[in-house]
Design a protein around this ligand. Sequence first.
Ligand SMILES: [Zn+2]
Length: 153
Amino acid sequence: MADKMPEFDGKNLQAYQTDMLPVYAPELLRQAELAAGRAYAPYSHFSVGAALLLAGGEITLGCNIENASYGATVCAERVAIWSAVAKGLLSPDMPPLALAVTAQPCALCLQVMAEFAKPDFPIILPAEADFGSYENSYQVWRLSDLLPRVFRL
Ligand SMILES: [Zn+2]
């Protein structure tokens, strides 16, 4: 499994996100599935994994981590995003390149993505029919498709 993906040259984010999609999407989905295997989900038994591709080509992973209080549970996408921020790899000035996740993101995670990502940010999901084989079987949504009206202060 690749630890790094083709580096973004910092010039045309939209072109990278579109042109490199066939290169990074299957690998990100594989890593998201790996992360799903690490989920801590004793209450829902619904394991989710996420893989976030960052501007330098690094990938941070996340899985859902549940809690007996339920309210303290956190989704895979936010774990991956917060990990990237904590590593100094993600900020509004260094937007992420793409995210793969093994289940549809919730609105809370989409709002967190919108804090750092551009509206064209690709969110890659497994194709429903071919889960587990990702070369030509994934679906891509843009952040602005899933969250057309971002909350802003
Ligand atoms: Zn979520």
